[in-house]
Design a protein around this ligand. Structure first.
Ligand code: EZ4
Ligand code: CO
Length: 402
């Protein structure tokens, strides 16, 4: 079998998605998600100009060799743009492998370790009262795990709380919006938020929180310590990932479990965090972390250190990535949880999917490969629309992490 063609499909049903389609001489094709929020066109250019010409003629069965060709074989390797491209290629090749062997992806990577995958959703509100109502809504829907973010008094717009309270979508059409951040107010507020959530909903629900890279190591240590009584499932991205030693300080001060790495790309971003036992969950998703091939290795290494998966699954990752994540997490032993933000209804006009939410879990059917398809004609009805993630400043105007 040979790869005869590969194309990149960009569409915007509600938000931008980039999809790689790899086609073989036997008519079987595979899909990979190549969406990098706000940087979509950079990945398109890398795929079209660099990767696709080198894919033609290769045997799609050789997932390991092709992965290394586009990673090890590339002198200027790593980084979000190129690793998203590598991930898309890898996903599409595993999709083809499953279709050739007529079996779901999970059967190729260990089979079922479980029947269903525990997921968490996002609850939010402008203030604690509204947030409690939103948490209640998701508990009612059957979710067993909820990420809780709330507007903070004195901060005009807080990460994780949509302005219009409608659909959660951090990217805005056009150039980047500027947001304002105030860490002292945040730190004073969050423990009270979780006190109220626990008080209202009891111990029988998993609670998660995303600090979105905004604390220094000592601030994050205070937060993790003060949140201890509320037994979080995890505290996510307490510090920016570049300074990995920062996580050691948090560990020295608290037993709140830590998840990190939705912006990581390779095992090298994680290896010392694993060996030094500084984190508990892997956030790096299939679409940005080198695909199935690489994440199998990351998960295997993590398993030695009792570290579990907790993949990123926001709506800016396409249904192809979500389905691949469900397969992956059906199969690996060290599964923790998967983020699940249902896509807008309009997304189903372009993508047909094979997963369904039931009673707090995602289940996947037995269709071969990844099991998601794209309607290219429908995709054309939703052309790319420029959108960017926000940027963030401190109250005095200092540029900060978003
Ligand atoms: O900000 O997906 O845990 N989830 C997150 C997300 C990210 C967006 C960035 O594109 O942090 O909301
Ligand atoms: Co996050």
């Amino acid at each position: 079998m040979k790869i005869t063609e590969a194309k990149v499909i960009v569409c915007c049903p509600g938000r931008n998605f980039v999809t790689l389609k790899i086609i073989t001489d036997q008519g079987i094709f595979g899909l990979g998600d190549a969406t990098l929020n706000g940087m979509e066109k950079s990945v398109v250019a890398y795929l079209e100009n660099y990767c696709i010409p080198s894919l033609i003629g290769r045997d799609p069965a050789n997932t390991e060799d092709i992965w290394h060709y586009f990673y090890r074989g590339v002198y200027w390797r790593r980084g979000a743009v190129s690793m998203t491209a590598v991930s898309a290629i890898d996903m599409a090749l595993w999709d083809i492998k499953g279709k050739v062997l007529n079996t779901p992806l999970y059967n190729l990577i260990g089979g079922k370790s479980r029947d269903k995958v525990l997921v968490y959703c996002h609850a939010y509100g402008k203030n604690i009262a509204e947030t409690l109502i939103d948490v209640g809504k998701y508990v009612e829907k059957g979710f067993r795990a909820v990420r809780v973010q709330s507007g903070i008094p004195g901060i005009e717009h807080t990460y994780g709380v949509p302005k219009d309270n409608k659909h959660y979508e951090p990217a805005h059409k056009g150039l980047a919006h500027e947001e304002v951040w105030d860490t002292p107010r945040y730190l004073n507020f969050v423990p009270e938020l979780f006190e109220k959530v626990r008080e209202t909903f009891g111990d029988n629900i998993h609670l998660l929180h995303d600090a979105h890279h905004r604390c220094t190591p000592v601030e994050a240590s205070r937060l993790a310590k003060e949140l201890e009584p509320y037994h979080l499932f995890w505290l996510e991205d307490p510090v920016a990932g570049e300074l990995q030693e920062g996580l050691r300080l948090i560990r020295q001060h608290s037993v709140t479990p830590i998840a990190i790495g939705e912006v990581f790309n390779t095992i090298f971003d994680y290896s010392s965090l694993f060996t030094e036992q500084l984190i508990d969950y892997i956030r790096m998703p299939i679409v940005h972390g080198g695909g199935i091939t690489h994440l199998l290795k990351v998960a295997a290494m993590a398993s030695v250190y009792h570290i579990n998966t907790g993949f990123h699954g926001a709506t800016d990752l396409s249904p192809v990535n979500l389905a691949a994540s469900v397969h992956f997490n059906m199969a690996v032993n060290n599964f923790g949880i998967l983020e699940y933000m249902p896509h807008q209804e309009i997304v189903s006009e372009v993508f047909s999917t094979n997963y369904r939410f039931e009673d707090g879990y995602l289940k996947i059917d037995e269709s071969p490969g990844i099991g998601v398809d794209i309607d290219e004609k429908a995709a054309k009805k939703f052309p790319y629309a420029m959108a960017r993630l926000p940027v963030n400043r401190k109250t005095d105007g200092t540029m900060f992490n978003w």
